[in-house]
Write a protein that binds this ligand. Structure first.
Ligand code: SAM
Ligand code: SF4
Length: 334
């Protein structure tokens, strides 16, 4: 095997997140503006190119591959890509193939995902109230997502719910959400809202609900135990002793987590972003298309990793949005 990917701060890169489309069937208020301009289809990597690209990363030591977007399950023929990637699970080169989805298409695809070797998925869900769900996603319908989650569990997929903590929006649902996840044996992770992309008239600072506060509220009801478990990612976990359930916190604002970052992201046009919170990126599409051999591509991947920055600069502490990046989360994939 080729030498592993190690960045300038001695972090081994073993986790790749790939956005397979910038399109989505929802328009979440913290993620997109209502009128988004999407990329022309010809700009996107084809499914074959995505396969070549991911396979190159796997050869270079990536062990975990997460497919995201936009909404990955609205990309046409996406199951062809999953079915093809499953060969890396079979060979043992890849430990995990997984997806982050809004759940809208899961009723259709849950069985196929399981058949392709996917075992755990993340579903994003910020509220269990039908009207609030319609408000926050603008175009989404809660029953469709709940049906999708049912189908996923029935198919044998382990589901983790990701909830963006939003001030004045889901504060009153903290225990409704935690109890619902406990009843259904689903893990739950809260995420602080990050300043990414223009979202029209929405107010970023107004949306921000610190997870320190979420934690304090959970602690009022149950004893909390900090878990040492880290998945090499940004989440920190606690156990609520009352129910025994595990809850994750992704806190880019109130606690910087960059020192253990093991991941990079590739967009649907083949740009590699080595930090979610920085503008710096490199193009992998030209190297990919320049030669049938993967040598040029692998060199380009190594050169990009050599530029991975130490961390992001998001900061709300001065009551203004500092460190904002211009692209939307749906561009790089959350
Ligand atoms: N459409 C899929 C979904 O919603 O799960 C995958 C892509 S979405 C960009 C991935 C995750 O990013 C979602 O959990 C979403 O809630 C989160 N997200 C989007 N914009 C965000 C922001 N500005 N701050 C924090 N999380 C954000
Ligand atoms: Fe779509 Fe996911 Fe962004 Fe919501 S968070 S608009 S579902 S990409």
């Amino acid at each position: 095997m080729s030498a592993p990917l190690i960045d300038p701060f001695a972090r081994a890169i073993e986790y790749l997140r790939v956005s397979v489309t910038d399109r989505c069937d929802f328009r979440c208020v913290y993620c997109m503006s209502e009128n988004m301009t999407f990329l022309p289809k010809k700009e996107l990597l084809t499914l074959e190119e995505l396969d070549r690209l991911c396979s190159a990363f796997i050869r270079l030591g990536v062990k975990k591959l997460r497919i995201t977007g936009g909404e990955p399950l609205v990309r046409r023929e996406i199951m062809t890509f999953f079915n093809s990637m499953s060969r890396h699970l079979d060979s043992g080169a890849l430990d995990e193939l997984t997806i982050t989805t809004n759940g809208s298409q899961l009723a259709r695809f849950a069985d196929d995902l399981y058949a392709a070797g996917v075992r755990r998925i993340n579903v994003s869900l910020d509220t269990l109230d039908e009207q609030k769900f319609a408000d926050v996603t603008r175009w989404g319908r809660l029953p469709q997502v709940l049906k999708g989650i049912d189908a996923a569990q029935k198919a044998g997929l382990r589901v983790k719910i990701n909830t963006v903590a939003l001030k004045g929006f889901n504060e009153d649902e903290l225990f409704t959400l935690t109890d619902w996840c406990a009843e259904r044996d689903m893990d739950l992770t809260f995420i602080e809202v990050m300043p990414m992309g223009d979202i029209g008239n929405e107010d970023r600072i107004g949306q921000y609900w610190s997870l320190k506060d979420v934690r304090a509220q959970l602690a009022e009801r149950s004893e909390l135990t900090d878990l040492a478990e880290r998945t090499g990612g940004p989440a920190r976990y606690i156990r609520m002793e009352e129910t025994g359930q595990k809850i994750g916190f992704i806190t880019p604002l109130s606690h910087n987590f960059c020192e253990s970052c093991n991941r990079v992201r590739v967009t649907c046009t083949g740009e590699i972003y080595t930090c979610l919170g920085q503008e710096g990126h490199s193009d992998l599409r030209a190297p990919l298309r320049s030669s049938e051999s993967d040598m040029v591509l692998e060199d380009a991947i190594r050169a990009a990793i050599a530029l991975k920055p130490k961390g992001h600069d998001f900061d709300y502490s001065r009551q203004r949005v500092d460190g904002q990046v211009s692209r939307h989360m749906s561009h790089t994939g959350g």
